[in-house]
Ligand binder design. Structure first.
Ligand code: AMP
Ligand code: MG
Length: 350
């Protein structure tokens, strides 16, 4: 299949391409869409056959449900969800459009293929005007997991999407690089207190300011054991991993840099904070961004992980941000890429 590339930087002046992308989705085709988090691989969420195509194109396990994407119009929430709690309305009003996915009871009109057979559904409103316009024009919610091949780091540019699923889908909408860079935060609102299933682009602190207490699902913090079932089925899978094994080193950046420098040779890849670039002269180095700029780190983390697959490195070390704000999501993606192989250094200074 030839994959069409539709370059749509903004809504104004691109009405025809937007209508074309929406028509493809209505016909049941797969269209990759830009969002503020990462690129999504979109299909009509109410069309079981179209949704089945997503699993095939990504090589995604069929028990891993999809998030449905709606425009910034809260009436869509009542169309596809049941028993929506008052807190969910408040969160949607406060944080949508934005990188927050809410798990709610599903309405039966959402097919099993989309929810992986669960009686709940993940819903979010993406903060990208082009994609919002496409969903409105399609007239149905759009199921859209991250557009990467299953197991690989997520895609934050249209070029990365083409690298992974080019030739397997009808079109890719290029709406520029993703502004946030990590996937949405997933909050389960079918339990009390609400439970964080995945840290993401919406910081936990901001959610706690509205919700009060939030429990953390164990899959957020550690590898799941045999037979353990995280509430977000996707959290049990190996994810984001480059070909070479990754070791994440947490702690004071001076100490983690010294630890890595002592072990890094010419066959080593290093993901480090910008300030430490010069510390690994023998190795293949990419910057995560400045120590204090977690927004920049979120925008870099997936392309950094992808980068090493074009090199011959045999091991990868990564410095890791502290877990405040977006640091929680960045650290989670690095640790998942490492299969939770983490070296924790205590104390300050080298
Ligand atoms: P992706 O869109 O590829 O970033 O993955 C979506 C994530 O949301 C996966 O980890 C899914 O398991 C999770 N997810 C989607 N729908 C639900 C649901 N109804 N209940 C729990 N987790 C969900
Ligand atoms: Mg994904």
């Amino acid at each position: 299949m030839k994959t069409e590339l539709l370059t749509i930087p903004c809504v104004a002046g691109h009405e025809e391409e937007i209508a074309h992308a929406a028509a493809l989705l209505r016909e049941g085709a797969l269209v990759a869409l830009p969002t503020e988090t990462v690129y999504g691989l979109g299909a009509d969420a109410l069309n079981g056959a179209a949704v089945a195509g997503i699993y095939e194109a990504k090589g995604r396990p069929s028990d891993n449900p999809l998030i449905i994407h709606v425009p910034n119009d809260l009436s869509w929430l009542s169309r596809y969800c049941r028993d929506v709690p008052e807190l969910a309305w408040r969160l949607a009003e406060r944080f949508w459009p934005g990188p927050l996915t809410m798990i709610l009871r599903r309405d039966p009109c959402v097919p099993d293929r989309t929810t992986g057979g669960l009686d709940t559904v993940g819903v979010r409103c993406p903060d990208h005007p082009v994609t919002e316009a496409i969903i409105r024009a399609a007239g149905h919610p759009i199921a859209a997991p991250s557009a990467n091949t299953s197991g690989r780091p997520s895609c934050t540019t249209a070029a990365e999407v083409l690298e992974d699923v080019g030739g397997k889908i009808a079109a890719v909408v290029d709406g520029g690089p993703c502004a946030v860079g990590v996937e949405s935060t997933i909050l389960d609102l079918t339990v009390t207190p609400p439970r964080l299933l995945r840290p993401g682009g919406m910081p936990l602190e901001d959610l706690r300011a509205v919700c009060g207490e939030i429990d953390l699902d164990p899959a957020v913090l550690r590898l799941m054991g045999e037979g353990e079932r995280p509430r977000a089925p996707g959290m049990k899978y190996r994810h984001y991993a480059p070909h070479a094994p990754v070791t994440v080193v947490t702690g004071d950046p001076d100490r983690t840099a010294a630890y890595i420098a002592a072990r890094a040779d010419g066959k080593t890849g290093v993901i480090c904070f910008e300030e430490y670039r010069e510390r690994f002269p023998w190795s293949v180095v990419v910057s995560l961004g400045p120590v204090s700029d977690k927004g920049e780190q979120a925008r870099h983390v997936f392309s950094d992980l992808r980068f090493f697959d074009q090199t011959g490195v045999q091991q990868i070390f990564a410095q890791c941000p502290d877990p405040d704000g977006l640091g929680f999501a960045v650290a989670n993606r690095l640790k998942k890429a490492a299969g939770f192989h983490v070296i924790e250094l205590e104390g300050e200074g080298p």
